[in-house]
Design a protein around this ligand. Structure first.
Ligand SMILES: Cc1ncc(COP(=O)(O)O)c(C=O)c1O
Length: 385
């Protein structure tokens, strides 16, 4: 059936109708009083979402642009930085750092495993003359469905005292608690097509006062992504360059929706979606790629049964039920499939995805489970939660 596509990928995520309708309006002048008002409201609510009184800047970029802005505004070529990598997006941080000539030390874990906070502690404690300028990591590693232990790693960074902490929160901001001010996180990068519930096109960078101090001496070249420009203009409720005004119409609506739901409830919903999905997948006898204690509330990575091709699962899910699941990335392409439950996703969506998955597995000849076991496990968890 046409026009029934259900996105169960970790971005772009589904967009609520109220936001779609808001974005369907004619654009307005970005130097108008009317737009200033919308921009000001969005900025206030972005701060609420980040749990900060510092700056949250909106850029016309994807998530990677927000990450790159973090690197170039607060660091200089040759700076020693620690970068955690345990998946595709951690590796992207390393690539950006390399492109700008940082002296990056990689703290690695296997794909599917969380970063070990102890490895950060050891390096930070050994750095007596405070040469480490930043610790950089991905919070929710979308390529594997692992949630790294940001809180503990951040505690070690705080004990070091000098280094900034920069976080790719592209699939965790708005799904997991990241109290920016309370924890003292310095830079948080995120993107609109994730928990923000609007299409791709806006990137957000939150900046602490400590990072602004580093900005003063950072020497990497910057122009379009010079966050000082965005900060100066945001103080006047505007942007240095033409923003995608219609995206802000949508953002205004979705931030209001999140506020109405309440931050704690938004986090609890993502946790519930994750736990329901995992309970159902286990009941189907399929191995999960990330362990329970390191699982991302945004995404669940699943290994198909040996007799079944992951690619075929995704193809049939799309063809028969119009549900889009994500492939594995890089060496995991075709080896796992990923179920996104991020943003505008509710209990009903999980039940639909799990029952469809059961039907697809049956069609593909997988018999290692009791028919209905996935749905039963999901329904049981939902009834009890
Ligand atoms: C954790 C993470 N970081 C960075 C990105 C890159 O974002 P973009 O593709 O918007 O540049 C993504 C995209 O999925 C992501 O999931």
């Amino acid at each position: 059936m046409d026009n029934k596509l259900m996105l169960m990928i970790p971005g772009p995520t589904p967009v609520p109708e109220a936001a779609l309708l808001a974005m369907a309006k004619h654009p307005m002048g970005h130097r108008s009083k009317e737009f200033d008002g919308i921009f000001a409201e969005c900025t206030e609510n972005l701060k609420w979402l980040h749990q900060t009184s510092s700056d949250v800047l909106s850029l016309t970029v994807s998530g990677t642009g927000a990450m790159e802005a973090g690197i170039i505004n607060f660091l200089s070529a040759g700076d020693r930085v620690l970068i955690g990598t345990n998946g595709k997006f951690g590796e992207r941080w390393a690539e950006v750092a390399e492109a700008y000539g940082l002296n990056a030390e990689i703290i690695k874990a296997e794909w599917g495993q969380p970063l070990d906070p102890e490895h950060f502690r050891e390096k930070l404690e050994a750095d007596k003359d405070k040469q480490i300028k930043a610790v950089i990591l991905t919070h929710s590693e979308t390529s594997t469905g692992v949630l790294n232990d940001l809180e503990t790693i951040n505690r070690h960074v705080k004990a070091h005292g000098e280094a900034l902490i920069m976080v790719d929160a592209v699939t965790s901001l708005g799904a997991v608690n990241i109290p920016m001010d309370a924890w003292g996180i310095d830079v948080i990068a995120s993107g609109s097509q994730k928990a923000y519930m609007i299409p791709p096109g806006l990137g957000f960078v939150a900046v602490s006062p400590k990072a602004w101090e580093a900005y003063k001496t950072a020497k990497l070249p910057r122009y379009y992504l010079d966050l000082g420009k965005y900060r100066k203009e945001a103080a006047k409720n505007t942007t240095p360059f033409t923003p995608p005004v219609n995206m802000f119409f949508g953002l205004q609506v979705t931030l209001q929706m999140m506020k109405a739901e309440g931050l704690e409830n938004v986090f609890a919903r993502h946790k519930r979606l994750m736990t329901t999905t995992r309970a159902a997948v286990k009941a189907l006898g399929l191995p999960l790629f990330a362990a329970d204690d390191a699982a991302s509330p945004a995404i669940t990575s699943v290994m198909p049964p040996e007799s079944v091709d992951a690619q075929k699962v995704r193809t049939l899910m799309r063809k028969r039920f119009d549900i889009a699941l994500a492939d594995g990335q890089d060496h995991l392409k075709g080896k796992i499939f990923r179920i996104g439950h991020l943003g505008f996703v509710g209990d009903r969506d999980i039940l639909a995805a799990i029952s469809s998955l059961e039907a697809v597995l049956r069609e593909l000849g997988h018999e290692g489970y009791t028919p209905g076991a996935g749905v039963a496990a999901a329904a049981k968890f939902l009834a009890e939660s």
